[in-house]
Design a binder for this molecule. Structure first.
Ligand SMILES: *[C@@H]1O[C@H](CO)[C@@H](O)[C@H](O)[C@H]1NC(C)=O
Ligand SMILES: *[C@@H]1O[C@H](CO)[C@@H](O)[C@H](O)[C@H]1NC(C)=O
Ligand SMILES: *[C@@H]1O[C@H](CO)[C@@H](O)[C@H](O)[C@H]1NC(C)=O
Ligand SMILES: *[C@@H]1O[C@H](CO)[C@@H](O)[C@H](O)[C@H]1NC(C)=O
Ligand SMILES: *[C@@H]1O[C@H](CO)[C@@H](O)[C@H](O)[C@H]1NC(C)=O
Length: 449
């Protein structure tokens, strides 16, 4: 083999020299110069392969200049196999969690697709050093259960609802998950009764999360950093009473709360709502309930079926039309269905306008059509309609007495998990900001918080 290669090299060398001398024109010179460079690189590369295959082949560098055409590469030198790709760097599995990572920003690609090996440069005279082993971040299951670090984000509704609609197909959680109650505040302006709620939440960290939809306020400007409401403002849009943008705000609250996989129950509240039991009573009542609490009933007459628009047919018929209180409480299953609805919400938005009051009909109708067995058909939020008019009665300072609060707590003939002696109301409205002082005063004596 050696002699054959050498013979060929010498023969070619002679031929090339002859050729070179014959034409010393400038263009030719450039051409041959390029050819020379190419040949040099090829030769160096070849020398490596040959060395690897057979150390006895003695390739002198000064001979390589004559290798000027790829076709002249000796056929007897087999093409070397491509070097095997570096093994994917699998760092040791760590069970540590990184609290800095937000669930919404999880990327699990790093070790599923290792970076492609760098291109081999045929001109280089030495093989590139192997890339230093990368240490991609390893995620543990715990991170998927950590709440997002902040409620701030720049997602559009479309983006947010898509993200929030993701749900695990395997229903059983792989780790012990402490379910939380999400308190969704849909407010006009400040949470005026915040000090009462602060008292209510005290000592129950880890069992609740708070979300505030208020426009145009940024909550940070109205509550101190020590408040449970601080930093809980979600990106909000303008809301008008009785319009479907109110329902969209409710769905926006649900979607934001769904981003925390530990949230299991979702209760809608306003700035004039108060809790009438302590946290442990409300938490146990909601977490252990087999149903959601979306009020839904069929009502003939102008404020019931009278608000139905026949253009909603055939998606919603008049027989399916329902009414109910806006103030819902629902489980995670129903919350996911509500934010994923792309059939009924658009029809309501288009045809439920003016004196239709979608906030009193969309959820009662949607839930009654698809999930009638999942709601108890009643609301957990007490309101006083006894004075008549389009709005419920608003309680002022002197309406708030011990007896009045005890009365609110005393309704106990409601169905709860199949029994008929359950507590009826956990929350009440509407309380004017000026009731705050008296509520704070009576809370420990009457409401046990
Ligand atoms: C994580 O690993 C350490 C040792 O590497 C161990 O002591 C600890 O119990 C592990 N934690 C979990 C949650 O598995
Ligand atoms: C949200 O923020 C990201 C990164 O800062 C940016 O690329 C994106 O355009 C923003 N989206 C919107 C809707 O503002
Ligand atoms: C509110 O405060 C929190 C906590 O400091 C911060 O993360 C968030 O960006 C603030 N939000 C606004 C709207 O200023
Ligand atoms: C909560 O209130 C109930 C009565 O409604 C009372 O029996 C219970 O002790 C209270 N729990 C706490 C932790 O104060
Ligand atoms: C709620 O009402 C629906 C009819 O709209 C009924 O099918 C369902 O059983 C009711 N739920 C309960 C818990 O009574």
């Amino acid at each position: 083999m050696k002699s054959m290669v050498e013979q060929q090299q010498q023969h070619r060398s002679a031929a090339a020299t002859k050729l070179f001398n014959a034409h010393i024109q400038f263009n030719d010179f450039v051409f041959y110069f390029l050819l020379f460079g190419f040949g040099l690189g090829l030769g160096i590369t070849l020398s490596f392969y040959v060395k690897d295959i057979n150390n006895s082949v003695d390739f002198q560098l000064d001979q390589l200049s004559s290798v000027s055409h790829p076709l002249l590469v000796p056929c007897s030198v087999p093409k070397p196999p491509p070097p095997p790709p570096p093994p994917p760097a699998f760092p040791s599995i760590s069970n540590e969690t990184n609290t800095e990572t937000r669930i919404s920003s999880l990327v699990i690609e790093p070790y599923l697709s290792p970076p492609p090996p760098p291109d081999v440069d045929p001109q280089s005279s030495s093989p590139p050093p192997p890339p230093p082993p990368q240490q991609p971040k390893i995620y543990s299951i715990n991170e998927f259960f950590q709440p997002p670090e902040t409620t701030a984000h720049n997602m559009t509704d479309q983006e947010l609802f898509w993200r929030a609609s993701m749900a695990p197909k395997i229903k059983q959680y792989p780790i012990k998950r402490v379910p939380k109650v999400a308190f969704l505040f849909l407010t006009r302006g400040k949470v005026s009764l915040a000090p009462l709620w602060e008292k209510f939440f005290k000592g129950n960290q880890g069992l609740y999360s708070i979300y505030v939809h208020s426009s145009p306020w940024s909550l940070n400007e109205t509550v101190p950093p020590s408040s449970v409401f601080y930093g809980r403002w979600i990106p909000s849009k303008r809301v008008r009473w009785g319009e479907m943008n109110m329902v969209q705000a409710e769905r926006r609250l649900l979607a934001n709360a769904l981003l925390d996989i530990s949230n299991e129950r979702f209760v809608l509240l306003s700035e004039s709502c108060i809790p009438i039991f302590n946290f442990s009573t409300i938490y146990n009542y909601l977490i252990n309930s087999k149903t959601s609490f979306v009020e839904s009933y069929d009502l003939h007459g102008p404020v019931g079926r009278g608000r139905y628009n026949t253009r909603m047919e055939p998606v919603v018929t008049i027989e399916q039309w329902r009414k109910g209180s806006q103030w819902f409480e629902m489980d995670r299953f129903l919350a996911l269905e509500v934010i994923s609805d792309r059939t009924y919400y658009p029809v309501f938005r288009k045809f439920c306008k003016g004196a239709c009051y979608g906030d009193e009909h969309y959820l009662p109708t949607f839930v009654s059509i698809h999930f009638p067995e999942r709601t108890s058909n009643r609301t957990l939020t007490y309101v006083d309609w006894s004075k008549g008019g389009p709005h419920p009665f608003k309680f002022l300072r002197h309406d708030v007495t011990k007896e009045f609060l005890e009365m609110l707590r005393s309704f106990n003939n409601c169905y709860y998990n199949g029994r008929s002696d359950g507590i009826c109301y956990l929350f009440a409205r509407k309380f004017s900001p000026i009731t705050l002082y008296r509520l704070l005063k009576f809370a420990p004596q009457v409401m046990y918080f």
